[in-house]
Design a protein around this ligand. Structure first.
Ligand code: KG4
Ligand code: ZN
Length: 342
């Protein structure tokens, strides 16, 4: 394909209203992210009804900003991409309806993008994904380990069987009195702490699945019990011990996948991949095993529409366009996505 492909992408699956204009699946020509974090922080987590209302209020402004920063016009845009799954139903619908309106008014094809695929494709922004590669998605909603055999073929190795790693970071932060989203606050506290708490190891099997709910419940109970006894909780130490326990388990499963598959590339993705300790530990294990480690710039790890524009590019090349019956699929995880696309 010789002509440049320019895609306007929309992301509104959770608490970020974002739009981007992306050239050829990697070149970010314009990006706007309007975060609702400060509003939701007052409630200790994302309130779905407030999130969809705020998307509705913000989306036109985000579109205006994105077009203003773009050195072109809507006529230069080849397609409109939008996250349709997974996420909060009302929030997804705001983005979808906006995408449909733009597609109809400007007569541009519509591309439906799965949010988890977006996180993975953020790895094309600074480098190009080399296939086959192992991929680990660690976000607020999911923990998935996959093999990407080619642009169109993937195999799910394992997922979290209960809470996602991001959820557990947020829950542990909450019980320690830290604001939402908890991940970055746990990370900051852990830097100041020592690994002095003895915590249970998350899952001792040799499958590629993850389980973090036992570790989470142990910490929640520990904090409540210590409070009831009037004992002090060493928050920084507990944050450090938690982070080591959780990351150790992730590293163990990734090492297993590297050894068993012999694959020489690894891509990390999702909001929790902004965590420096996780990045360092996974990078180390990749180096030790002669595997090339890739992770997006921190800006592209948490939710943004640039990654949606990247993931839409291969779909554009294959002419996989959606029609106006496109609907939100709040619980279409990567397993369902792979089955649907077989
Ligand atoms: O990918 P994301 O922005 O949204 C979802 O698709 O879920 O991920 C959000 C999650 C939250 O749980 C947040 O606490 C976590 O990513 N997160 C982090 C860090 N930055 C964001 N967790 C650990 N360390 C961080 N630096
Ligand atoms: Zn996300």
């Amino acid at each position: 394909m010789s002509k440049d492909v320019i895609i306007l992408a929309i992301e509104s699956s959770c608490d970020e209203t974002s739009m981007a204009i992306v050239k050829n699946g990697h070149d970010i020509l314009s990006l706007t992210i309007s975060s609702q974090i400060r509003t939701h922080a007052n409630f200790g987590g994302v309130v779905p009804e407030i999130a969809s209302r705020m998307h509705t209020e913000n989306i036109t402004f985000v579109l205006e900003e994105t077009l203003k920063k773009f050195k072109g016009t809507i006529a230069d845009i080849d397609a409109i991409a939008v996250t349709y799954a997974p996420g909060l139903l009302g929030s997804l619908l705001v983005g979808i309806e906006c995408a449909k309106a733009l597609s109809l008014v400007y007569n541009k094809p519509l591309i439906a993008v799965n949010h988890t695929m977006g996180h993975i494709y953020a790895n094309n922004i600074e480098n190009k994904i080399t296939y086959p590669t192992l991929a680990l998605v660690v976000s607020g909603g999911h923990t998935d380990l996959l093999i990407l055999k080619s642009e169109n073929e993937m195999q799910l190795l394992g997922s979290s069987i209960d809470d996602s790693i991001g959820e557990v970071y947020d829950k542990v932060a909450r019980v320690l009195g830290m604001t939402y989203p908890g991940g970055p606050n746990i990370e900051k506290a852990a830097v100041k702490g020592e690994d002095t708490y003895k915590l249970p190891k998350p899952m001792q099997d040799d499958s590629y699945n993850f389980s973090f709910s036992g570790l989470k419940s142990y910490i929640v109970n520990l904090v409540h019990n210590e409070k009831q006894r009037g004992n002090e909780i060493r928050k920084d130490d507990l944050a450090k011990s938690f982070q080591i326990a959780a990351v150790d388990e992730i590293v163990r499963k990734v090492t297993l996948a590297i050894k068993n598959t012999g694959i020489k590339h690894f891509v990390l993705a999702g909001g929790v991949s902004a965590n420096k300790y996780l990045r360092e530990e996974l990078s180390k294990v990749c180096n030790q095993n002669n595997v090339k480690f890739h992770v997006p710039n921190i800006l592209y790890c948490t939710d943004n529409a640039a990654m949606i524009g990247c993931a839409a590019y291969p779909l554009y090349k294959e002419k996989k366009f959606a029609d106006f019956s496109l609907n939100a699929k709040s619980s279409e995880n990567i397993k369902l996505y792979i089955e649907k696309n077989k």
